[in-house]
Design a protein around this ligand. Sequence first.
Ligand code: UD1
Length: 353
Amino acid sequence: MLILVTGGAGYIGSHTVKALRQAGHSPLVLDDFSSGRRAVVEDTLRVPFVEGRVGDGALVRSLLTGDHPACAGQRVEAVIHFAGRSIVGESWQRPAEYYGSNVSEALSLLQAVVEVGAAAASGPAPFIFSSSCAVYGLPRTLTLTEDHPLEPINPYGRSKRMVEELIRDLALAHGLPSIILRYFNAAGADPDGEIGEVHDPETHLIPRVLDAMTGRSPFLQIFGDDFDTPDGTGIRDYTHVCDLAEAHLLAVNRLLLRRAAPAADGAPVPFRTLVYNLGTGQGASVQEVIEAAKAVTGRGLLAHVAPRRGGDPPRLVACADRARGELGWEPRRSDLPTILADAWRWHQALPGR
Ligand code: UD1
């Protein structure tokens, strides 16, 4: 089955592309390579890809209908939308870029999906959206369920919430079968060592810990040790990127089962968008990540306590019972030692590490 994966050259996108292919699907990547890497799809995964923007309506329509040569005559049967900008700090400096890329371009993509779907006997193609725990803002409860109020505290989180709202409204109006997946902290790398995390600049904790261990950076900054947590450092729900990828497969399957053809009079059947948190329910503090990394790598590091990073909540831990119950999702590699062992193997193979 041909599945359009926007942002398929990025971190979570590329792991999902690999999982889709292993499950027998045909992923087709649309990426502008602004942050994703061309070599990942071209040389490593060797999957069909198109260089272009999600906001390019004509291009996207030609892909959805199967008229583009990269589709080899097949129609797209599901869309997984990863493309977008994802660095919280940067979203404060360049909000227009974030709203343009994450919201306007997503709207253009969604419009194309419902327009092409209106002309198809089976209705719009199922749509899966990469959202984030950043939509919740400051947690009011110890673990976050999907019903927690959405009060994002930065432009990145607000852009994700806006797209969630667009999807829900289009799903009701046009019968768009849709799932929103809210990731907590994606971490780790492909256990085969083919693909992994590469961001430039790198802002994420685990690669930065590993960089401090290899000497690529002189020390790690711990952003705050005075949070209201047992050891004072921030707690996050680290989830293996391959477990996240697996959830997309389950989401595609669920939507294909739920896809409803338009009614006899051609009217779309409203769809209530499904929302799932993807996390383990187990938080780890910055200090615990450092200790686990030392145990896995056998290396030490220099760490300095630095002031808190603006807008960092003390603790973000998912309640992912809904994804387990309804999607049958079971994280299998999301314990810290496995995440760190996979990240370490990948990290060591990177040039300059
Ligand atoms: C944030 C977003 C997440 C987004 C991700 C991508 C929120 C709540 N979460 O995750 O939705 O997808 O960015 O950019 O907005 N830390 C250090 N030193 C470092 C780096 C990080 O101490 O050098 C600490 C942070 O303060 C935090 C934890 O490590 O407590 C994890 O940070 P990071 O990996 O950057 O992810 P988030 O900020 O949680």
